[in-house]
Design a protein. Structure first.
Length: 255
């Protein structure tokens, strides 16, 4: 969810929660102790013209503060860092509602970008927390594009990056609500490597029955290979290209 999240959505999701204004009347506080699916989180929302412009939530797992201009991922607070170390990975999602939903099903090694871009400060916090990153951004086109961009930044920081690609343009919150915990955990346990995701992403929007678009795709994949240090991985990708497009592998190696 982004800054355009409507207050009515919050009210619908937390209709059984305790809601009240804070002492200075600038934030609405929601406590989820009475919401069966989420265990004891305090959520603070600043709403102007029915649009959330600032928010934070606190719970046993983590504290994440968000605003439309200055995003802070306080993943060193609470148990998020401990959970990431225990699970040996850190899941990165787009929105704080995704974090809350994952936490509600027991997945606590998670933080939110609060958007589709990654700041230098966020990169530093992520790197300090785990070297094994699972990107689980929204399944729509902006989300896929963000995975490519964010994954590139994280790989340049020598982090291991895997990707969970969500179907039907769903975000993690929507996927869990639609398909349930078991299916979600199955997806989470079967990520693909970032390079494999990117190579598949490069096919999108191309008509690979046309020679010029086949050529464009193969050249883009070969360019991507220049960013991969693993020689075995390079060779496997080249063999896929050889088989898929009936190209001579020595020709591909020499490109």
């Amino acid at each position: 969810m982004d800054k355009d999240l409507k207050r009515s959505i919050i009210l619908d999701n937390y209709q059984n929660a305790n809601m009240k204004h804070t002492s200075d009347d600038s934030f609405i506080k929601i406590n989820t102790r009475n919401v069966s699916c989420i265990d004891n989180l305090d959520i603070y929302l600043k709403i102007e013209d029915n649009i959330i412009v600032d928010a934070s939530f606190e719970g046993e797992a983590c504290v994440i503060s968000i605003s439309s201009t200055n995003i802070l991922m306080n993943i060193l607070i609470g148990k998020t860092k401990d959970e990431a170390r225990k699970e040996k990975s850190l899941i990165v999602v787009e929105g704080f509602m995704d974090v809350i939903r994952l936490y509600s099903i027991g997945v606590k090694n998670v933080v939110a970008l609060m958007g589709t871009s990654l700041t230098k400060e966020q990169t530093t916090l992520i790197k300090r927390t785990s070297t094994n990153i699972i990107l689980m951004l929204d399944g729509d086109n902006p989300g896929k594009k963000a995975i490519v961009n964010v994954g590139q930044i994280l790989e340049e920081e020598n982090l291991r990056v895997n990707v969970v690609a969500l179907p039907e343009e769903l975000d993690p919150d929507e996927y869990i609500l639609k398909y349930g915990k078991e299916n979600f955990i199955n997806l989470l346990n079967n990520p693909v490597e970032y390079s494999e995701f990117k190579i598949n992403y490069l096919k999108e929007g191309k008509d690979l029955t046309k020679i010029d678009e086949q050529s464009s795709y193969v050249n883009e994949v070969l360019q991507e290979l220049s960013n991969i240090d693993d020689d075995i991985k390079k060779e496997l990708i080249l063999k896929k290209l050889e088989k898929e497009f009936n190209l001579d592998i020595e020709f591909l190696r020499n490109k």
